[in-house]
Design a protein around this ligand. Structure first.
Ligand SMILES: NC(=O)c1ccc[n+]([C@@H]2O[C@H](COP(=O)([O-])OP(=O)(O)OC[C@H]3O[C@@H](n4cnc5c(N)ncnc54)[C@H](O)[C@@H]3O)[C@@H](O)[C@H]2O)c1
Ligand SMILES: O=C(O)C(=O)C[C@@H](O)[C@H](O)[C@H](O)COP(=O)(O)O
Ligand SMILES: [Zn+2]
Length: 361
């Protein structure tokens, strides 16, 4: 078992990473002081695969869990679905000490966490991520949210889980497109924080697609360590944490512009990172060789580098809904070299527009 701690004083928690975590889960819940009425939130794909075993582990710990599922996909991260989940929680009789358990990808984690953070002003929340993206990113760090029709993740809060259980066996059923999706955020960690990790991903992409257990465990553990280290220093994104948003200023605009139908989050992040790298190059922070190295690893990871369905103006206008935009100034996370980034809120409009044009197919 690999355990990564997220050290946040009273809100500290562990991330448990291993194959077959049932006994760890049962023992965690049996030793908790949670009310025994629990709600497991999953989605319409994951419930068929992993709900039975999760409910069994909870029952073994003495819990009476109820399962509810949302339709799979980003469109479920909405007010409408949230409203239905509140009703389910009330009808299930959840009290202030009842846990909500997110069993699914980042969509389930983000919305279930948002419900847990607001239901009765906050009840215990546990992450059981099932996609690679959720293993390495969304289950860690406490950003929970739903989308608004005007922008991605615009309604949310910071609300840490009590624990994260990453069961590597669950990746066996993940569609290959979702492996690529997770890899986009993993490449992000290399770019913002750890050049050796970037090289490791480049060298091991074939092992990752072959689901080599040791390689998966390494990249998931290293990603969680990097995210935990950043979040521990700046839980509520007053400064440093913005580096985890590298590529996301453009990515969120691309997702919204294409109505969450053409690109999933990781694919949009992939294109967004190319755009941010182009801005970094045009401002003289990096040279062409860095862009080449980024495009090479994205290609190995079967990720897109250009956006087919967007317009320059549409994307440009959406950038102003980014949460890092303050007083009308977009705060960009830009590359200095592989493994090092900085923030810049004075990028000229023409530079931004040139980057947008460059990522349009
Ligand atoms: N809170 C954060 O810090 C954070 C970080 C990154 C991304 N996100 C959010 O996460 C979301 C994307 O998450 P995602 O990529 O996991 O998408 P997702 O939750 O839509 O899952 C992707 C697909 O894989 C399926 N799936 C998940 N696990 C599976 C498994 N083990 N076997 C078979 N199918 C499985 C799902 O049903 C879905 O169809 C976005 O909304 C993004 O904004 C949040
Ligand atoms: O945890 C963070 O901080 C991140 O920025 C991680 C991102 O990968 C993630 O997509 C996050 O949900 C984006 O946050 P937002 O504040 O831009 O909505
Ligand atoms: Zn992301």
């Amino acid at each position: 078992m690999k355990t990564v701690q997220v050290p946040l004083k009273d809100n500290s928690y562990n991330i448990y990473i291993d194959n077959d975590l049932h006994e760890t889960i049962t023992s965690f819940f049996a030793n908790s002081n949670f009310s025994r009425t629990a709600l497991v939130v999953s989605d319409s794909n994951v419930d068929k695969l992993y709900a039975a075993q999760t409910l069994a582990a909870l029952k073994k710990a003495g819990f009476a869990p109820q399962l509810t599922s949302i339709p799979a996909g980003e469109k479920s991260k909405s007010f409408f679905v949230a409203q239905e989940l509140y009703t389910t929680a009330i009808k299930a009789g959840l009290d202030r000490k009842s846990p909500i358990i997110a069993l699914g990808g980042g969509v389930v984690g983000d919305i279930a966490g948002f419900i847990a953070s607001t239901y009765m002003r906050g009840i215990p929340f546990i992450q059981m991520p099932t996609s690679l993206l959720a293993h390495v990113d969304s289950s860690v760090g406490g950003k929970v949210a739903v989308n608004h029709q005007l922008g991605k993740n615009l309604i949310g809060s910071f609300y840490q889980p009590k624990a994260v259980f990453i069961d590597l066996d669950m990746l066996q059923t993940l569609p290959v497109r979702e492996i690529s999706t997770g890899l986009a955020e993993i490449i992000k960690y290399g770019l913002i924080y750890d050049k050796n990790f970037f090289t490791y991903i480049t060298d091991h992409s074939a092992d990752i697609f072959a689901l080599n257990n040791d390689v998966l465990k390494n990249i998931i553990a290293r990603s969680c360590e990097i995210k935990a280290a950043v979040v521990a220093k700046d839980e509520k994104e007053t400064g440093l944490r913005a580096i985890l948003n590298f590529g996301h200023t453009l990515a969120h605009a691309i997702e919204r512009e294409t109505k969450y139908e053409k690109y999933n989050h990781g694919e949009a992040v992939s294109i967004g990172m190319v755009g941010a790298a182009i801005i970094s190059r045009d401002l003289g922070f990096i040279q062409d060789d860095v862009i080449k190295a980024i495009c090479h690893v994205l290609e190995l990871c079967r990720l897109p580098q250009k956006c087919t369905f967007c317009s320059e103006d549409g994307i440009y206008q959406d950038l102003f809904h980014d949460k890092k935009t303050v007083n009308g100034k977009i705060n960009w996370v830009l590359l200095d070299e592989i493994g090092k980034v900085h923030s810049d809120n004075a990028v000229p409009e023409k530079t931004v527009r040139h980057a947008i044009k460059s990522i349009l197919a």
